[in-house]
Design a protein around this ligand. Structure first.
Ligand code: FE2
Ligand code: FE2
Length: 174
């Protein structure tokens, strides 16, 4: 594999590993602090998929000897805090958070799909990313569906999207 491709693959593994870890942490914070059993059950279903996504990139990280991000503490604490705060603020913030984060993640995975398809490399990883991207889009549409009557969370969604984009940018390189 060309050096340039190898660097890009490392970057993909690093950022996805961090992102899936962050997703788990957000959902854990929400599960811990959410106020209804129904919501808790829904979130528990989602987090199971996030564990599966994370496990894959964790294995790939070892296999390809990619370096993890130096920002793990940020994902660990920042993710959990975001989850906890949104759960305490109430159900509409939980869904707004999911909708915003997952929308950015879907964009981000789609970019990787495009890259891998064009480069014609890592067919197995490409398949996994496509599957995970479909899962994330389900998480997003479930949240959107649950929340569509609220427009007062739009500012919060924008803020969360911005934070997610920043965290992704940082974790690709550092
Ligand atoms: Fe995920
Ligand atoms: Fe997700």
């Amino acid at each position: 594999m060309k050096k340039e491709n190898k660097n890009k693959i490392d970057e993909i593994i690093r950022v996805n590993h961090a992102g899936e870890y962050g997703a788990q942490r957000i959902y854990s914070g929400q599960i811990k602090f959410c106020k209804t059993v129904k919501l808790k059950k829904e979130l528990e279903k989602i987090i199971k998929e996030e564990y599966e996504h994370y496990d894959y990139f964790d294995k790939m990280m070892l296999k390809k000897r990619a370096r993890p991000t130096f920002f793990s503490p940020l994902w660990h604490n920042g993710g959990y805090l975001l989850g906890a705060i949104t759960a305490i603020l109430g159900e509409k913030y939980v869904h707004a958070c999911t909708e915003a984060v997952e929308e950015v993640i879907v964009e981000h995975y789609n970019e990787q799909v495009k890259y891998l398809e064009n480069a014609g490399i890592e067919k197995e990883m490409l398949k996994k990313i496509k599957k995970f991207c479909a899962d994330e889009d389900n998480h997003r549409s479930f949240a959107e569906e649950s929340n569509k009557q609220y427009s007062d969370v739009n500012m919060f969604k924008l803020l969360t999207k911005g934070l997610t984009r920043l965290a992704i940018k940082v974790s690709k390189k550092i």
